[in-house]
Design a protein around this ligand. Structure first.
Ligand SMILES: N[C@@H](CCC(=O)N[C@@H](CS)C(=O)NCC(=O)O)C(=O)O
Length: 201
């Protein structure tokens, strides 16, 4: 398999994290913003929606969208709950991540840390994303203050998915993570998983 992946991106990182935790081998093609590799992957038709990550299977089929890739790679691992209701709750968090969390918390991190997004980082927009992000983090805190994991009683794809942009929300995004002790303990639990691999970009 080949993974087109952006080293600095949480959406790509969540896939790399699952692969590390499950010991899956894959050829990784680094496609950082502004790189020839990203331009080449787009021009060569390797990215169906023009975005990374994309997983190319051994038979050439392509999977786009980070959470769809997690779902595919999560089959037959311990990261997908057996119980149908818990499994649906896991998907609920993953849809929430893409529709609510990522468009706010990842976007503020991108505006603050990528030079090519700096012109969009107006004070009003950053303030709005800060307030909205704190409200979203509180949703996670409400769950994690009383539970070890987002669904059920074990690590699932929902935890790996939401870890990606939450663990850098303070350092890259300027969110006030001291407010969220339940999230801090959950981040530490994920980082203690065997074969955990960090973002390192
Ligand atoms: N919803 C998509 C988002 C993918 C996405 O926005 N990828 C960004 C990096 S985080 C990208 O490929 N940007 C390159 C570009 O727009 O040229 C997913 O979860 O995979």
């Amino acid at each position: 398999m080949r993974l087109y992946s952006m080293p600095s991106s949480g959406n790509s990182y969540k896939v790399r994290l699952l692969m590390a935790l499950t010991g899956r081998a894959v050829q990784v093609v680094d496609c950082e913003y502004g790189s020839d590799a990203l331009a080449g992957a787009k021009a060569g038709g390797a990215l169906p929606y023009g975005k990374v990550p994309v997983l190319v299977l051994d038979d050439g089929q392509m999977l786009a969208e980070s959470n769809a890739i997690l779902w595919y790679l999560g089959e037959s691992t311990g990261f997908v709950p057996a119980d149908p209701v818990t499994r649906a709750q896991m998907l609920g968090w993953m849809f929430w991540e893409q529709y609510n969390h990522e468009p706010v918390i990842a976007v503020r991190q991108a505006l603050v840390s990528y030079p090519h997004r700096a012109a969009e980082a107006t004070p009003q927009r950053l303030a709005n994303l800060l307030d909205r992000g704190h409200a979203l983090l509180q949703v996670m805190e409400d769950r994690l203050s009383g539970h070890d994991w987002l669904v059920g009683d074990a690590t699932s794809l929902a935890d790996l998915c939401l870890y990606a942009y939450t663990h850098t929300a303070g350092t890259r995004g300027g969110y006030w993570m001291d407010r969220f002790p339940g999230i801090a303990a959950w981040l530490a639990r994920i980082e203690a998983l065997p074969e955990y691999a960090g973002l390192s970009a």
